[in-house]
Design a protein around this ligand. Structure first.
Ligand SMILES: CC(C)(COP(=O)(O)OP(=O)(O)OC[C@H]1O[C@@H](n2cnc3c(N)ncnc32)[C@H](O)[C@@H]1OP(=O)(O)O)[C@@H](O)C(=O)NCCC(=O)NCCS
Length: 158
């Protein structure tokens, strides 16, 4: 059985570990994720973080975090979307992404922005966004580090 539901406090260490195990994030990013998820479960929704956990056969195999940019008219940031490494390319990420897009649409969102890296290790991520109708909107060269640029992907919901 598959379930996408709000993230709960006891999910946090499991979700942080499965993110670490993808092997692509820096230690600082993992620390930030821990803080973001703690905040998401303490004060879920509203103008803050909206986090959802994906369960398959009672195992937590992925999650997402999104939230509105309150300085815009209907722009939402997709901060995190992660699927456990041994479950990649089986459609789970796509299911979670569709859920997030529906959630944002229901809340009146107009545009989704996702940030990622230009490094080769993020090629699956960039392909994932392109496959799901996102457009590469901008690149900030050497943003994360020399040779590691920031790539913005966008999708209009209406
Ligand atoms: C991005 C991510 C969530 C996708 O999850 P997923 O469950 O593999 O996604 P799906 O199975 O629904 O989609 C598969 C599509 O993603 C892309 N993709 C995923 N893995 C890929 C790989 N190893 N090589 C090339 N493309 C890949 C392809 O477009 C693929 O479509 P295809 O199989 O038809 O070629 C997952 O790869 C992940 O957790 N990555 C690490 C975390 C990350 O980078 N998150 C985003 C920034 S927070």
């Amino acid at each position: 059985m598959t379930l996408i539901r709000p993230t709960l406090p006891d999910d946090v260490p499991i979700l942080v570990r499965l993110t670490e195990e993808t092997g692509i994030f820096r230690p600082g990013e993992i620390k930030t994720l821990d803080e973001v998820l703690a905040q998401a479960v303490a004060q879920p929704g509203g103008e803050g973080y909206h986090s959802y956990t994906l369960e398959a056969e009672r195992q937590r195999i992925g999650f997402s975090v999104h939230g509105p940019n309150t300085m815009t008219e209907g722009t939402w940031d997709l901060y995190w979307i992660v699927v456990r490494a041994d479950c990649h390319r089986a459609g789970w990420g796509g299911k979670l992404l569709a859920f997030v897009e529906d959630d944002i649409r229901k809340r009146g969102g107009r545009l989704i922005v996702a940030e990622t890296s230009s490094l080769p290790t993020y090629e699956p991520t960039r392909k994932f966004y392109l496959k799901h109708g996102y457009t590469q909107a901008a690149v900030v060269p050497d943003y994360y580090a020399d040779g590691d640029s920031l790539v913005f992907f966008c999708k209009r919901l209406r």
